[in-house]
Design a protein around this ligand. Structure first.
Ligand code: DQA
Length: 145
């Protein structure tokens, strides 16, 4: 079995399902975890799925993944737009990282157009709702196997 893929989720994503469903859809993070694990299995990867509202947890998990995982799909939530710490953590590891967003951040408020982590990642997927997670897993699978 290949090394696992980490799927990391940042702040407020624990509120999916009840949080602005017109933008983020009606599925909960637990629903998305089930979908990611099933898709990972099809692709031959175990999926380690985590969420935190705390920037430092995400930094720690990126470092951990760098030692034990084949790649990371990350929805960093609002930290996408602010976090030099996440940018630096991604730069500090060698495995591929795919940035993802449920919504099309470029079609929203201007403050969401800038990603601090985009220059450090392999690629970015946004705007496909829950499918963004699935597409990110496929992207990782295609570049790690
Ligand atoms: C998000 C987009 C971010 O701008 C926002 O802060 C989020 C969710 C998305 O998945 O569309 O929390 O990352």
């Amino acid at each position: 079995m290949a090394l696992p893929l980490f799927v990391l989720n940042g702040p407020n994503l624990n509120a999916l399902g009840k949080r602005e469903p017109g933008i983020y859809g009606g599925q909960t993070l637990a629903d998305i975890e089930v979908l990611c694990k099933a898709e990972g299995e099809k692709l031959g990867f175990a999926v380690d799925f985590r969420q935190s509202n705390h920037e430092g947890d995400l930094v720690d998990w990126i470092h951990e993944a760098g030692d034990v995982a084949a790649g990371i799909a990350i929805n960093a939530g609002a930290y996408t737009h602010t976090s030099i710490a996440l940018h630096d953590a991604i730069r500090a590891i060698k495995i591929p990282v795919v940035e993802l967003h449920l919504s099309n951040v470029h079609a929203r408020e201007e403050f969401r157009h800038k990603s601090m982590i985009a220059p450090a990642v392999k690629g970015v997927i946004c705007g496909f709702g829950v499918q963004s997670y699935i597409l990110a897993l496929h992207a990782l699978s295609s570049i790690t196997t």
